[in-house]
Each structure stands twice: as structure tokens, then as C-alpha cells.
Design a protein around this ligand. Structure first.
Ligand SMILES: Cc1cc2nc3c(=O)[nH]c(=O)nc-3n(C[C@H](O)[C@H](O)[C@H](O)COP(=O)(O)OP(=O)(O)OC[C@H]3O[C@@H](n4cnc5c(N)ncnc54)[C@H](O)[C@@H]3O)c2cc1C
Length: 414
């Protein structure tokens, strides 16, 4: 390691760490800021994010509304969002020549539709600010030094720092969490968030590929439920409604080893009473039609056929002959199809970690440790995670900006 001391050492050259380092150097240009990166290249996740397009942030700017997109950390981020939220992110990138465009669903992407634009802008800003990036050099451990700073062990040898900012993300085997714990912080055990539900139910086999624009999924016997688009895949259930439920129930589902039951309401906009009336109308208006061939409410024909097959009606059952019990079963299935889930699969577009450095030990105005002076945190290493939509990167920009600002003040003795 050339030059074995720095004013600020940032561990992790992801979006949070790089953003924090830039901010710190811009406010404290005399400070030596080194960013350690275990991997060969910085910002690797930004490059692969959003299917290679990088969903940088979201159009939502009201902190209260934004908070609802964070299963963990939303409440604590409300204040920080008033200081550096999505509008500030858009302006920050615009000042560095990156124009962001919002899609109708509220997600912001660079107009180039290439994450490379975002990576290049961040690296250019880091270079111009005088941040020293050290790819291929990971942080191994951190301890407090007698002078009040930090004694670090890195892949390239020992390094001293006046201030330390941990931003090593949410990956497994994370030395950032070990360092935080060694320095006295509580780390909530990491478990996956944002995953799809694996299900081998034969009723789903024929439905693979169907997207439902509005469905509701809930955990059987429990309160959590989420409504939104639902996708049936070859592997089970996916789509926003499932991802949201996975995020909000991440810890609970992990504790169940991802074996649990869900109930799917395929037509949440139609009340149970209205479904009953629709069945009565079908019986009245089409008595000779086979039940299987005529869905009483608007829904994909393949789903209706699958539900009728699952209800095991006698072959060729016509509407006029549908018994009260059979009708009740069909209503039940439309509003509450029961599926047994036997595992989870990562959502390929984006997956994040629930868990990390406990927020109660971190000052949300500065993302400074409440326990150790000169220690800061940013990004997914914290017990903060959002759902899809650019909220995870926004969490990085917000925490990185505030932590970088506060580290600069600390170094300047303010
Ligand atoms: C496939 C995929 C697509 C995604 N797409 C989006 C999207 O479009 N929009 C969105 O908002 N979110 C997206 N996310 C989530 C987002 O990428 C993360 O929330 C975000 O990258 C977290 O940033 P971070 O800086 O905290 O950590 P990371 O991006 O994980 O960066 C941490 C860095 O620290 C390094 N590191 C780890 N240990 C050490 C060590 N000991 N010493 C030094 N360095 C270390 C790692 O190598 C890494 O480079 C996506 C995630 C995935 C997996």
C-alpha cells in the first residue's frame, strides 16, 4: 500500500462508497480519501443493474411516500430524503452530464439506456474530486487506534485512517459487517429480500407466461398481503405483488425456510359477493354451456379452465347442473387459490439483502456511528433495503451523500 495513511478510508467502491467519497473530497479537498475495493473493478453492480440500463432513482419525492418503498429503514430515511432525495439525485447527475428520463411507471433511467453512462459519470466525478480508488484491495479488519483513528488491515497491508466509512454492500462474507461488529455495532443477520416463490403445483403448469395486471397475494394464516401485477413462471409465482410480499416478509419467510402457503386472489377488484352473483348470472344466462368453457368473470380462459379442473367437477358439467358446493368451491378458488411454496429464487433483475448494521446505533442525520467517533456507514451494508423501482440506489445516494458530508465536517474539525 503506497502511503500507509489517509484521512478517510472508504471500504467498498459501490454506489454508496463512491458517492460518499466524492462528496467528502468536494467539501474537504485537502483530505486524502482512499476507496478500497475488494473486486477488480468499482461499481460492478451499477453496471449490471436494471438489466444493464441502471434504474438510478424514482420520480417520487415526498419523503413519506418514499418511505413506503423501504421494508426496512423507511422511517429513518424520511429525514435524510429531505436533504438529499430523488430530485437532488437527478440534479446531481444532470450537472455531470447524465440526463435521466422517467418512465411512465416512475423509474428513472439514463436517456442512453446504458448503465455505463452512470458508471462513467461517477468515476469521472471521483477522479475530478481527487478520490483515490484502490481496486483489488479489500479491507480485512478494522480496530480503533490509540490516537482515536482506525488501524486497518487490507489486502495490501496495514493502513491508518482518521475516519472510516463502511460501504461494503450486502454480499455474503462481508468484511464490512465484521469490521462494524468488531467496532461494537450490532449487525442484523442478513437474509435475502426481493425473491420469487417456487411452486410446483400442477395447476400452474399450464399458466406459465401469463401476466395478471391486478392480483393479491397473501400468506396463509397471516396478515401480510400485497396487491399488484402477478406473473406465473415455469418456476412458480413472480411479479411485483410477489416481490413486494417477499420483501416485507423477508425475515419471516427465511425463518420458515421458504416453505409456506399463499393465497392468491386473482380478481381483487371484484368482491366475493359480486363473484357469487356472476356465477348465478352465468347459470341463468348460459344454462347449457359447459362451466369449463365459459368464465363468469373477466380473467384469462386458461386460468378459469385450470381452476375448474382443480375443483374436480364431473366431466362436461354444464352451468345449469352446477351444485351449490361446486359454486362455492369456484368462488373460493377465484378469491383464494391456495398454493404451497417450497423455495425461493432470486429475482434476476434486482435482489437485495434484508439486514445489516442496526439503524438504532447510527445517527440518521449523518450516518455516523453513535458508538465510535469518526465511523460512518452508507448503502446496503446498513439495515436498509428498498423494493424495485430505483429505491435501492436512492438509498445509496442519500446515505452516501450524508455520510460523505459528515465525514468531511469531522475531518475539518467542524
Ligand atoms: C442484478 C441486480 C440489479 C439491480 N438493479 C438495480 C436497479 O436498477 N436499481 C436499484 O436501485 N437497485 C438495483 N439493485 C440493487 C443495488 O445494486 C444495490 O442495492 C446497490 O448496489 C447497493 O450499493 P452499495 O454501494 O451499498 O453496495 P454494492 O453495490 O454491493 O457495493 C459494495 C462494494 O464493496 C465491495 N466490497 C465488499 N467487501 C469489501 C471489502 N472487504 N473491502 C473492500 N471492498 C469490499 C464489493 O466488491 C462492492 O464493489 C440491483 C441489484 C442486483 C443484484
Amino acid at each position: 500500500m503506497t502511503g500507509a495513511s489517509a484521512d478517510l478510508v472508504v471500504a467498498g467502491a459501490g454506489p454508496a462508497g463512491v458517492f460518499a467519497a466524492i462528496r467528502c473530497r468536494e467539501l474537504a479537498p485537502a483530505a486524502r480519501v482512499i476507496v478500497l475495493e475488494r473486486g477488480r473493478e468499482p461499481l460492478r453492480k451499477v453496471l449490471i443493474s436494471g438489466g444493464g440500463r441502471c434504474n438510478v432513482t424514482n420520480v417520487r419525492t415526498d419523503p413519506r411516500e418514499l418511505a413506503q418503498f423501504y421494508p426496512r429503514g423507511g422511517r429513518e430515511l424520511m429525514g435524510p430524503f429531505t436533504r438529499f432525495g430523488p430530485a437532488e439525485t437527478v440534479a446531481w447527475f444532470a450537472r455531470r452530464g447524465v440526463e435521466l428520463r422517467a418512465q411512465p411507471d416512475g423509474r428513472y433511467f439514463p436517456v442512453t439506456d446504458s448503465s455505463r453512462t452512470v458508471v462513467d459519470a461517477l468515476l469521472r466525478a471521483a477522479r475530478e474530486a481527487g478520490v483515490e480508488l484502490r481496486p483489488g484491495c479489500g479491507l480485512r479488519s478494522a480496530a480503533r487506534a490509540a490516537d482515536g483513528g482506525f488501524a486497518l488491515e487490507t489486502d495490501a497491508g496495514p493502513l491508518r485512517a482518521r475516519a472510516l466509512l463502511l460501504a461494503t454492500g450486502g454480499g455474503s462474507g462481508n468484511a464490512g459487517w465484521t469490521a462494524a461488529a468488531d467496532l461494537g455495532h450490532t449487525v442484523a443477520p442478513p437474509v435475502p429480500s426481493l425473491f420469487t416463490f417456487r411452486c410446483r403445483d400442477p395447476r400452474l403448469r399450464d399458466l406459465a407466461g401469463i401476466a395478471f395486471t391486478d392480483a393479491e397475494v397473501r400468506l396463509a394464516g397471516a396478515k401480510p398481503r400485497r396487491r399488484g401485477p402477478l406473473l406465473v413462471t415455469h418456476d412458480g409465482l413472480s411479479g411485483p405483488a410477489v416481490l413486494l410480499l417477499s420483501a416485507w416478509s423477508a425475515r419471516e419467510l427465511h425463518a420458515l425456510d421458504y416453505r409456506f402457503d399463499v393465497l392468491v386472489d386473482w380478481i381483487p377488484a371484484v368482491t366475493e359477493a359480486a363473484v357469487g352473483e356472476a356465477l348465478a348470472a352465468a347459470r341463468r344466462d348460459h344454462p347449457r354451456r359447459q362451466v369449463r368453457t365459459l368464465a363468469p368473470v373477466v380473467l384469462p380462459q386458461r386460468l378459469w379452465e385450470s381452476l375448474v379442473d382443480g375443483a374436480a367437477l364431473p366431466d362436461g358439467r354444464i352451468w345449469a347442473e352446477l351444485t351449490r358446493d361446486e359454486a362455492a368451491t369456484l368462488v373460493d378458488d377465484l378469491k383464494r387459490t391456495h398454493f404451497s411454496i417450497d423455495g425461493q429464487s432470486p429475482f434476476k433483475e434486482e435482489f437485495v439483502t434484508c439486514g445489516g448494521v442496526a439503524l438504532r446505533e447510527v445517527d440518521p442525520r449523518t450516518f455516523a456511528s453513535r458508538l465510535v467517533p469518526g465511523l460512518y456507514f452508507a448503502g446496503e451494508l446498513l439495515d436498509v433495503d428498498g423494493v424495485t423501482g430505483g429505491f435501492n440506489f436512492q438509498g445509496c445516494w442519500t446515505t452516501g451523500w450524508l455520510a460523505g458530508s459528515a465525514a468531511a465536517s469531522y475531518l475539518s474539525g467542524d
